[in-house]
Ligand binder design. Sequence first.
Ligand code: KG4
Ligand code: ZN
Length: 337
Amino acid sequence: MRVLGIETSCDETGIAVYDDKLGLLSHVLYSQIPLHADYGGVVPELASRDHIRKTIPLIKQALLEANCAAADIDGVAYTAGPGLAGALLVGAAIGRSLAMAWGKPALAVHHMEGHLLAPMLEANPPQFPFLALLVSGGHTQLVAVEGIGRYELLGESIDDAAGEAFDKTAKLMGLDYPGGPLLARLAVQGDSKKYKFPRPMTDRPGLDFSFSGLKTSAANVIAKEGNSAQVQADIAASFQQAVVDTLVIKCERALLQTGYKRLVIAGGVSANTSLRGQLAQLLKRHGGEVFYPRKEFCTDNGAMIALAGYYRLAAGQQQDLTIGVTPRWPMQDLPAV
Ligand code: KG4
Ligand code: ZN
């Protein structure tokens, strides 16, 4: 089975062709980051308009690179939520319409399920069951995963997502949008013990997160010590260590609670080298293993959508003819496969 995947939920247009026998045949990505950089964040209307410009040319390119014609595609998968309504509608309208024109089934994919399944694209995919830490710009969630569509939400952020905390702190330091990867690069030169940042909600039981207070700690340091290159590097390192420690503590709790020995980390922040390294150490201490996608599949991409769509289409699931999106969509509402 060969599936065309379309991702347009936020500020990247990602298209891919996945074949269950041959693997990923092509994947192309267009990032709108330069378009939004001047505004310090994503401008939804500009995002939608840019997806309109890019989606069809990128589908043509992905088909060409996969060396396949429309007739070779057995199904079309598009992100239907969660995300920006207008941006989602572009991918949904194009994906649903192409599937109808080609006489093939269509599938509305949950963006976070795409992230969660992205490590399945790698050479050593995780076996079920596993614990998943989803850390993106919009979500921070711990999920017990027993199979595809068999998700139990164990904990999530009650305010800012981990990626959002990275981006807001980076913005305070004067870094460009999205600041997460830039802050991570600065952290390499900084002293992670220099400033005392809180490890929010680790002093009480439970698996929820709260990251919105961390930026205040950064703002206080800048107000007191200025924003020199060394202060920036030390804030970056101290902030990053606070986020990583918090995530490690909660992952350990969740591993003990579930008894699972496998941890999947996915979503944009799973590209963070320090987080990957420290979670790998945690799993080593527990005699388990950590799994994550290659860096380009940590952030938004079409490959994870094609893959998630494939699993559901192969199980006979498909979308009716409605062009619909679900900007708010709990992952636990998905049907099992
Ligand atoms: O998954 P993603 O591409 O989009 C959403 O679904 O939200 O995640 C984007 C987020 C941004 O907040 C970005 O700053 C963060 O992931 N991010 C990182 C790193 N790379 C991307 N945060 C920390 N360290 C990184 N290396
Ligand atoms: Zn994402």
